[in-house]
Design a protein around this ligand. Sequence first.
Ligand SMILES: Cc1cc2nc3c(=O)[nH]c(=O)nc-3n(C[C@H](O)[C@H](O)[C@H](O)COP(=O)(O)O)c2cc1C
Length: 250
Amino acid sequence: MKVAAIYFSATGNTEKSMKALAEGVASALGAEGIESVDVTCQPEPASREFGPEDFVVFGMPVYAGRLPLAVKDRLLAFRGNGTPCLVAVSYGNRHYEDALLELADMAKEQGFVVKGGAALIGRHTYGEIQVSRPDDEDLAACREFGAEAAQRTGSALAVPGNRPYREGLLRGRFHPLTSESCVQCRLCVRACPMQAIGEDCRTVGEDCISCFRCIRNCPVGAKNMDVPAYSDFAAMFTEKLKERRENEFF
Ligand SMILES: Cc1cc2nc3c(=O)[nH]c(=O)nc-3n(C[C@H](O)[C@H](O)[C@H](O)COP(=O)(O)O)c2cc1C
């Protein structure tokens, strides 16, 4: 029996939450540990099949109330055979709209049985919104929910959202800049989920999804979005989304 956490996570929030959910599942099922399958830097993950005795936790961030359109098909590499699963989305304290439903629909189409769902708060990519989340309390709640949901026997779970899904985002609005302090270590080149950064660390292709992974990970702080159009937006957004939202478990 395998317990696997399969996720895309540009800035690490989804990864933390999915691991906590999977740990809860593993503890309830007496599994030895969890397997992490991180598709963030894998445009074409290797195909995998899971059996009815396994358990999978699927996780994605929310982009514009949907799954990130440019990367969601990476999950099609994974097939279940009546395999129980949890679906969870990480969102930045605004809303998750149709993303959780979309993930649940994908999992079902791929042969998984959805036992539970979660809409979880993580630091928003833009501005200063819920910057320390998911925090220890969030992760403890994920472990507890994972343990409870793993033992569910029913199979008719409904999660919020509408069909047809709202319009999603294929491309990003903010394309990171590179300052003079860049030392050309190429960490950003290697870690870009879309392989959108040229070998010079500076050129950004139109595939950029504005996930800000390069900005968060740059060891010398050279990657930035220091332009008024972004700063103004980030300040407005930070003010607008300052009320704390709570995680939801289904
Ligand atoms: C392009 C883009 C669109 C986003 N859209 C939303 C949204 O619709 N609602 C929301 O609450 N957060 C939104 N966010 C914030 C992310 O969902 C949130 O920061 C998430 O925790 C990121 O997960 P990660 O750290 O695993 O990449 C968006 C972020 C990006 C980059």
